[in-house]
Design a protein around this ligand. Sequence first.
Ligand code: C5P
Length: 289
Amino acid sequence: MRAHAYAKVNLGLRVGTRRADGYHPLHGLFQSIDWRDVVQLEVAEEDTAETATGGDELPEGWANLAWRAAAAVRDRSGSGRAMRLRLAKEIPVAAGLGGGSADAAAALGLAGRMFAMAPSEVQQLAATIGSDVPFCLQGGLALVEGRGDLVHPRPLAGGYALGVVVPPVELATPAVFARWDELGEPRGSEISGAALPPLLRDEGPLGNDLFAAATDLSPELDDWRSELATRWGRPVLMSGSGPSLYAFFLDRAEAGEAVAGAPAGARAARPVEPVPRGWAALPDDDAGE
Ligand code: C5P
């Protein structure tokens, strides 16, 4: 069985003072986007974790988030059945697009079916895998609070596209949060509601508190932001702990033109649109991809 696992962007990310457990309380607006990986999970002779590019080990091997997610469902179900997990990666890693969490959410969903676990029980496992996994299991548009474990779905606000550019920088989430503490909890600058797509206006103003910490670790990130803002003639936001940058456009065609005009040297760049879910099982007979 296979599933699409969708990336996310943080349309807004407010961060609060670090808690005693080391996590930061969040107040974020998360949106799933149509940049996706394909996750496959099958019954097998022996446990296997591989990428779709020909039997290579998964990034981080058995510690891979998606493997841990599938194994957590199997352990909870009490089954000893061997399984094969295969990932076809499209979403850039360490980019602030939640690709690893999306794969884990899809793996949870598929393993939930394989081991006949109730969705509510699968949901309880999500936060034990990673802070972004509860959102990715739900997906769409949601207000996310707590350390990421409190997900309040919002009606999907469509009618726009995003141009997403991943600058050639890799940022580790724990390092960005730690730098945010060291810098004295700086607030991100905000985009006013009036500059947002009509259906998102009531959610504004939106900003990302982690931007100053990310640029402190990688100053070239701010050069990318200002260059894109100049070329695109509009505010540019960062997703998650970075480095992905994006701006709002009317539709995919306009976002596609904008992305084509981005500076050379990005790790990846794409026009994307919001999608109403975090993962989607594919029909069994759909053998493509
Ligand atoms: O939950 P997850 O393993 O994805 O989090 C990775 C790291 O990101 C945490 O160890 C912590 O340093 C940081 N984090 C945080 N506050 C959050 C989520 C993540 O400080 N709400």
